[in-house]
Design a protein around this ligand. Structure first.
Ligand SMILES: Cc1ncc(COP(=O)(O)O)c(C=O)c1O
Length: 252
C-alpha cells in the first residue's frame, strides 16, 4: 500500500539541493568550525556563508544571526532574553508586574515559555483570534500597559496556516516602544517579507529542509539575549529538527 504523508507543514523529506549542500560537511569536510587548522577554517567559512545567506533572506545583518538548535530554543531565547534581565532588576518594573502580550494560538514553544514567565510573576495577556484565526491588531493596542515589555505574536500558524497582520502589530509595538517577537518557524515555505517595524523576529526553515539540526537567533547589542537556555520550555517536537530564529532590534 502506498503511504501518503500529508503533514508537510510539520516536516518534509530533505530537499535534494539542501542535501547536496550539506553532504560534504557530513563526510569529507568534517572540520570543527572552532578549530584553527584549515579543515576547521573551511567549515567556519561554510558557516559564515550560511549566516550571510540567512541574513539576506530576512534583511538582517550577518552579525545579528546566531545559530541555535531549533525553533523552541530560539523562541525561548527571544522571550526569556527580553523578560529575564528586566525581572533581575526589580526597579525596572516595580509594580504592577512586568507584562507580556501573546495570542492563544501560539506554538507550545511560545505558550510554555509564557507560562514559565507567569510562574516568575510576569503578567501575560493571551489574545483570542477571530473566526478566521487572526489576531485583531486593535486588540493588541488595547492590551498594552505601561509595564508591557514584549509582544510575541506568531507569523504563520502551524495548525491553521493563518497568517497574522505583522506589519500592523509591529507598527503598534514600535509606537509603544515595546519589543516585538515573531515566531515565524513555519514561514520559510510561504512568501514572506519581514515586518519593517519589528523588534525581534523568529524565522525557521524547518519544513523546507528537515532533518538537519540548525537554528539561529540574532543577538544585536540592544537585545538582552541570553547565551544559554538551560530551562527550555519543551515543545512536543524533537530538538533535532532544524529551525532558526532571527531577531532584529527595534533600531535595526
Ligand atoms: C510555529 C512553530 N513554532 C515553534 C516550533 C518549534 O520548533 P522546533 O521543533 O524546531 O523546536 C514549531 C515546530 O514545528 C512551530 O511550528
Amino acid at each position: 500500500m502506498n503511504r501518503v504523508y500529508l503533514d508537510y507543514n510539520a516536516t518534509t523529506p530533505v530537499e535534494p539541493a539542501v542535501l547536496d549542500a550539506m553532504l560534504p560537511y557530513l563526510s569529507a569536510e568534517f572540520g570543527n568550525a572552532s578549530s584553527i587548522h584549515s579543515p576547521g577554517q573551511r567549515a567556519r567559512a561554510a558557516v559564515e556563508t550560511a549566516r550571510d545567506q540567512v541574513a539576506v533572506l530576512i534583511g538582517a545583518r550577518p552579525q545579528e544571526i546566531v545559530f541555535t538548535s531549533g525553533g523552541t530554543e530560539s523562541d525561548n531565547h527571544a522571550i526569556f532574553g527580553v523578560a529575564q534581565p528586566l525581572l533581575a532588576v526589580p526597579s525596572s518594573f516595580p509594580s504592577p508586574a512586568l507584562h507580556v502580550i501573546t495570542s492563544t494560538i501560539e506554538h507550545e514553544a511560545v505558550l510554555n515559555t509564557c507560562q514559565a514567565l507567569e510562574k516568575s510573576g510576569v503578567a501575560v495577556t493571551y489574545l483570542p483570534v477571530d473566526r478566521e484565526g487572526v489576531v485583531d491588531p486593535e486588540s493588541v493596542r488595547r492590551a498594552l500597559r505601561p509595564e508591557t515589555a514584549l509582544i510575541t505574536i506568531m507569523h504563520a500558524n502551524n495548525e491553521l496556516g493563518t497568517v497574522q497582520p505583522l506589519e500592523e502589530i509591529g507598527r503598534i509595538a514600535a509606537e509603544a516602544d515595546v519589543y516585538f517577537h515573531t515566531d515565524a518557524v513555519q514561514s520559510a515555505v510561504i512568501s514572506f517579507t519581514p515586518p519593517k517595524a519589528s523588534a525581534h523576529f523568529t524565522f525557521a526553515a524547518e519544513p523546507a529542509c528537515s532533518s538537519f539540526s540548525t537554528a539561529a537567533i540574532t543577538s544585536a547589542a540592544s537585545v538582552p539575549a541570553r547565551k544559554t537556555s538551560p530551562e527550555l520550555s519543551a515543545s512536543a517536537r524533537p530538538q533535532s529538527w532544524p529551525a532558526f530564529l532571527l531577531a532584529k532590534t527595534r533600531s535595526a
